[in-house]
Design a binder for this molecule. Structure first.
Ligand code: PLP
Length: 372
């Protein structure tokens, strides 16, 4: 573990020692958030950062992030309600979900949001009706290979269709200003951005011939964080992206929409070990945060780092959540010193896509979040 994580660990342990809240809970560290905000986008010229609220919409987290004057990317009326409560200005909000609910469109119009993604004729028709004259950007389909959480099948169009849609949007009285894509979440394949920017460039050139000027390129989210597997760091990724952008989009305003990379490393779950069992040759460890109340991404392949306080013999464990569902298994072959039932277990890099996915299935409560 590096220095950053060591001092994070000190702050986490200190907080636990000074509070008697009952686990499970999620601690979100201000220092790490601050570092991430200062780092992301630094390597990309002419860029603005919009935090993807779905990664973690906790109101204290949003309030703290907002103090750095960043923007926010939202997809729904519920996410808008959080930003409204904090009086976050409409100029700092964009919406990149290509298919939006009618309620959201009405409320976004009323609030004065100006930027909207789309990737279909039907959505252009909706936008033209509810948000005439607003700035719109088309979502391209791009490769998602090498990302842990691919998104490309659900949204996005190919180059030719993207150009047609931009033309159609103009015809319907919208202002077609941009292009967007998403390389997939937790993307450690830098080549995905390469292909995506190349495709976006082709759209830009073809649109230009039709008299449409692309003023904004939204490169989406997807920056990875380090769980157990090594990933390229943000500086390296941005260096690569920036050199491509300088070549193909030298004058264009760049939007970045990171979710995971902002909040993931700042969050640590504090959970309690509620049971141990030996089943055949397998050692099972049961903890009070599981797939349903916080660690949903485990079933999509994310492997978290677990920490226990024990100094006993190391063993390999199958780690499982508290519910009665057999899908509620977090990881296998996790090497940990044997902990006591009733002791704490920490789960690192748990700030993103944990609480925002959580349900109270089987009556296990969703862990509270504390900003520390
Ligand atoms: C989820 C999402 C993001 C954030 O993705 P991360 O992988 O968490 O960075 C950004 N943009 C859009 C449109 C998204 O759906």
């Amino acid at each position: 573990m590096g220095n950053m994580k060591n001092s994070l660990m000190d702050r986490i342990l200190n907080w636990i020692a000074c509070h008697d809240d009952e686990p499970p809970f999620l601690l979100v560290d201000r220092e790490i958030l601050k570092e991430k905000i200062s780092l992301i986008g630094r390597g990309i010229k002419n860029s603005r950062v919009f935090y993807a609220v779905k990664a973690n919409p906790d109101i204290e987290v949003i309030k703290y992030l907002s103090s750095f004057q960043i923007g926010f990317e939202i997809a729904s009326e519920g996410e808008l309600a959080i930003l409204k409560q904090l009086n976050i200005e409409a100029e700092r909000i964009i919406t990149s979900n290509p298919i939006k609910t009618f309620k959201f469109l009405r409320e976004a119009a009323e609030y004065g949001i100006d930027y909207f993604a789309f990737d279909s004729v039907a959505e252009v028709d909706k936008l033209a009706k509810y948000l005439p004259g607003k700035k719109v950007y088309v979502r391209l389909s791009v490769p998602n290979e090498g990302s842990e959480w691919p998104l490309s099948k659900k949204f996005g169009v190919e180059i030719e269709e993207a150009v047609k849609l931009l033309i159609y949007a103009r015809k319907k009285g919208l202002d077609p200003v941009g292009i967007t894509f998403h390389v997939g979440s937790q993307c450690s394949n830098v080549y995905n951005w390469h292909i995506a920017i190349d495709k976006a460039h082709q759209v830009k050139e073809q649109a230009f011939k039709e008299g449409i000027e692309i003023k904004m390129l939204n490169i989406g989210g997807g920056y990875p964080i380090q769980y157990l597997k090594k990933v390229p760091d943000i500086e390296t990724i941005e260096l690569k992206i920036n050199s491509l952008l300088q070549e193909y989009f030298p004058e264009t305003e760049i939007f970045i929409e990171p979710g995971r990379a902002v909040i993931g490393d700042a969050g640590v779950f504090v959970s309690k070990i509620i049971g141990k069992a030996k089943r055949g040759n397998e050692n099972w460890l049961y903890i009070d945060v599981g797939v349903f109340n916080g660690l949903m991404e485990s079933i999509g392949g994310i492997r978290y780092q677990y920490i226990v306080g024990s100094r006993l013999e190391e063993k390999e464990w199958t780690v499982a959540g508290p519910s009665c569902d057999s899908m509620d298994v977090l990881d296998k072959s996790v090497l940990l010193s044997e902990p006591d039932v009733g002791s704490l277990i920490l789960i690192l890099s748990a700030g993103a896509y944990t609480i925002s996915y959580a349900s109270e299935f089987n009556g296990f409560s969703i862990p509270k979040t504390f900003l520390i």
